[in-house]
Design a protein around this ligand. Structure first.
Ligand SMILES: [Zn+2]
Length: 409
């Protein structure tokens, strides 16, 4: 079933050239430019020491030039559930994408019951470009392009299980809108992995732990290199007013290679002592991706970095749950997770810089939430917040607004 608003948008696509033309005549003010970067499960506990050590110079630059803080997430936060909340500023029960599986079927965009931000922006004549954003498969028509991300289905993908198809291996729907762009990407970027590699199983690891871990991390870096090339290509050849790019390897690595100690639940020396640097290194590598993205941002560009949740080592109460130490397919040993019943255990984070955004400004507490991202984006474009949205504009990050819930760093 397609919600009414989305049907209307599909219908309006045919009229789009006329709508865009009309806008050009009516307004002389240039549209805001926003580059949003989603980092899956970015954990502040891990990145803070890296910032102190100077190992994330690009993120440090965003912090110094902008505002940042924790981002309250939803209960039981998993990626499709939180991202769909981020897209719509509505509760999971309202937008319909409540988890990896909904009614036994892998979460997909046909399930979205509330209008997502990309549709609202497109209808207002804003050009939209998106790549590798979780829970955007099959892709939907936008006033620009969309390349799907995590939960894209392909060769050998089982329902509700993470899987990493290449662009050429996608099945069950389109991974690229418009369709004509698929060939262009294959030619200019190559046959890239759409999502990060899934984790190895306990059976694969047994007796070959160090080798399997090192090979897996090598593949992760290959995927990140491909994503960097893709993002650079899109920002160069297809610039849009609103661009939303996402990374997922950080979260995947954290689940089973979080640097825990023998006192943590689930510690297994043969796995967890092999590469204590693996998880922090993901953020150092992310910072390089961010550096490539920032080359495309001038002083008039808003840069918004958002993490849907954090990730923490398993807790003492996990001992009672027989599945707690395994991932979605119940085979990979995990030692950290984020879908705790209390979402406040694993807040995400937000970093924003751009015209009119305060500098070196820290949001305190958990007053900013994943519900607030879409209203704040609409505010930047001067679009009124629709009634169904539950979030608020993060007005305290803009110069000239009271510091109700924030304090100068
Ligand atoms: Zn996530």
């Amino acid at each position: 079933m397609v919600p009414r608003e989305i049907s209307l948008f599909l219908a309006s696509l045919f009229l789009l050239p006329f709508a865009v033309q009309a806008q050009e005549h009516n307004t002389s003010k240039p549209k805001a430019r926003v580059i949003m970067v989603g980092v899956n499960g970015m954990e502040l506990d891990i990145i803070r020491p890296l910032i102190l050590k100077g190992e994330m110079p690009n993120l440090s630059r965003v912090i110094e030039s902008g505002a940042y803080g924790k981002l309250r997430t939803v209960s039981g936060p998993n990626c499709p559930r939180v991202y769909s909340t981020l897209f719509t500023s509505t509760k999971p029960e309202e937008h319909g994408v409540t988890g990896f599986l909904v009614g036994g079927i892998t979460a997909n965009t046909h399930m979205l019951k509330e209008e997502p931000i990309w549709s609202m922006l497109s209808k207002s004549g804003i050009t939209v470009g998106m790549a590798n954003v979780p829970a955007t498969f099959p892709v939907m028509p936008v006033n620009g392009y969309m390349i799907s991300g995590m939960l894209t289905r392909g060769k050998n993908c089982e329902d509700g299980v993470l899987c990493a198809p290449k662009l050429s291996e996608v099945t069950g729907g389109d991974a690229v809108y418009p369709r004509s762009m698929r060939e262009e990407l294959l030619k200019n970027v190559g046959d890239f992995y759409i999502d990060c590699e899934r984790m190895p199983s306990a059976a694969d690891l047994k007796g070959h732990e160090a080798e399997v871990i090192n090979n897996w991390l090598g593949k992760v870096q290959t995927i990140r290199d491909q994503q960097t090339k893709l993002f650079d290509y899109l920002l160069t050849s297809h610039p849009t007013n609103f661009t939303f790019l996402a990374q997922s390897c950080e979260d995947r690595t954290g689940h089973w290679l979080y640097p825990i100690t023998p006192f943590n639940v689930g510690y297994n020396a043969s796995i967890n002592s092999v590469r204590q640097d693996a998880f922090p290194n993901q953020y150092v590598a992310f910072d390089k991706v961010l550096g490539t993205i920032l080359k495309h941002a001038d002083e008039n560009t808003y840069v918004v970095i958002v993490s849907d949740h954090g990730i923490k080592p398993l807790r003492e109460f996990e001992e009672k749950d027989p599945h707690a130490h395994a991932d979605h397919e119940k085979t990979t040993p995990v030692i950290a997770k984020h879908d705790f019943a209390d979402g406040d255990d694993v807040p995400g984070s937000v970093f924003i810089m751009g015209p009119g955004i305060k500098h070196d400004f820290r949001l305190m507490g958990l007053e900013a939430s994943v519900y607030d991202i879409a209203p704040t984006l609409l505010h930047i474009y001067g679009i009124e917040q629709p009634k169904q949205m539950r979030g608020r504009i993060l007005s305290e990050v803009f110069v000239g607004h009271e510091n109700k819930v924030a304090a100068k760093n």
